[in-house]
Design a protein around this ligand. Structure first.
Ligand SMILES: Nc1ncnc2c1ncn2[C@@H]1O[C@H](COP(=O)(O)OP(=O)(O)OP(=O)(O)O)[C@@H](O)[C@H]1O
Ligand SMILES: [Mg+2]
Length: 393
């Protein structure tokens, strides 16, 4: 968008406009620390998701950026300038909330025009501003309807248009798709991504839906208990989770607690699990003997077979025996929940053609069946600490 309106944050540097920096930011409510010493840099034009469980401080972080809350410690810079003491209306950001907060008695066009009118933008330039954003969000044909004559997804687009028409340098989106049904949410995820590409401004999206974050973002900031657990691309977060919490929160994973019991010459590690089994795995950092760790396995990295691969010449430490607890048919594959004993569980995806009972068909993978799970050491990732919620189907 050209001719961007700016408030008190003034910069002509395109590389800085819309950038967001939080340095040591904390926010407390009484004895509760909702945001705990967050340091984060978001580049101009990036699409970043703040992802984490309920109560982890996502909305509070967004409200601090928008100026609805003031930090107790730390500094926030937007477009290169500190916003300490700058009120919400004077910040170069706009927020889209989960409840669209549209004016029910006004048409789509009037809803969108309301912002520029109240900011006393020259009357003659408003129709074009409004038409431009209605085109971007694909609402041109519905401009004269009232909100109650629109679907949920269309109302969501009006809310987006209302924010975009102010031409902010950064858009803050708090669970914007939360009120939509699953199918519409998926459509709107792609729409939001397209709109982001078209307008080119910074998008900061708050969500507790990991799939939404993986689908839409350039970068994901995983939060837990007011802190940042990990900050990286969707691929990094999924394939190299920094902690057991991140591994369990993003995508499905089997999380096995244990401690380091050997360092091998081929740079793999052996981990003695809590059920006594020793498994071979890989770490991205140097870990001392006896360090408490979690072995993270993604379901797609297990191979399921009827016989112990170690007896067939496979490497030792790369297989465990498990009992099928439950299966779920998912078309191209089945997902199996398995029991390893001593309270340890695993989750495996089995492509239909690789089913271990071959011609007996998928129905032979019934609860109570005993199978072997095997893996490559590079797919068994060791992370520090033990914080392993049980996997769910
Ligand atoms: N105004 C407030 N007064 C007191 N406590 C608050 C206030 N706002 C938020 N909190 C608390 O701060 C913590 C973080 O809240 P926040 O709304 O940021 O969570 P969230 O990550 O957005 O969660 P959700 O996914 O449920 O929206 C919570 O424990 C919440 O109860
Ligand atoms: Mg929230």
């Amino acid at each position: 968008m050209r001719g961007r309106l700016r408030c008190c944050v003034v910069t002509d540097d395109v590389a800085v406009r819309g950038s967001v920096e939080l340095t040591g930011v904390s926010k407390r409510y009484g004895s509760l620390t909702a945001v705990d010493d967050i340091t984060l840099t978001i580049a101009s034009g990036e699409f970043v998701s703040l992802l984490g469980p309920s109560g982890c401080g996502k909305t509070t972080t967004l409200r601090l950026l928008a100026g609805f809350e003031q930090p107790d410690a730390g500094d926030i810079r937007i477009s290169g300038s500190s916003v300490a003491g700058v009120p919400p209306y004077a910040r170069d950001v706009n927020t889209v909330f989960q409840n669209y907060a549209l004016f029910p008695h006004m048409s789509v066009r009037a809803n969108v025009a309301f912002g520029p009118q109240s900011r006393r933008v020259a009357k003659s330039s408003i129709p074009k501003l409004v038409d431009d954003v209605l085109r971007i969000v694909r609402l041109t044909e519905l401009a004269d309807r009232k909100p109650h004559q629109l679907s949920g997804g269309q109302q969501q687009r009006v809310a987006l248009a209302r924010a975009l028409v102010n031409r902010p340098s950064a858009l803050l989106l708090d669970e914007p798709l939360g009120a939509l049904d699953l199918q519409l949410r998926k459509v709107m995820q792609f729409e939001l991504k397209r709109i982001h590409e078209e307008v080119g401004i910074t998008f900061i999206l708050v969500t507790h839906d990991q799939e939404e974050a993986l689908t839409m973002s350039d970068r994901i900031v995983v939060m837990n208990g007011g802190r940042v657990e990990q900050d990286g691309s969707p691929q990094e977060i999924y394939s190299r989770p920094a902690t057991a919490f991140v591994a369990g929160f993003i995508g499905a994973a089997s999380l096995w607690s244990g401690e380091i019991c050997a360092h091998n010459k081929d740079d793999t590690l052996d981990v003695r699990l809590v059920n006594g089994t020793v498994v071979r795995a890989t770490a991205t950092e140097i870990l001392e003997m006896a360090t408490p760790v979690t072995v993270v396995m993604r379901p797609e990295h297990f191979v399921v077979s009827n016989t112990d691969p170690a007896l067939m010449g496979g490497p030792s430490g790369c297989s465990v025996q498990a009992t099928v607890v439950q299966t779920a048919f998912q078309g191209a594959s089945i997902t199996a929940a398995l029991d390893l004993g001593s309270g340890m569980t695993a989750l495996a995806h089995i492509p239909a053609q690789d089913h271990p009972h071959g011609e007996q068909g998928l129905s032979a993978m019934t609860p109570g069946s005993v199978v072997w799970l095997s893996w490559l050491p590079r797919h068994a990732l060791v992370v520090c600490g033990q914080n392993a919620p049980a996997p769910v189907l």
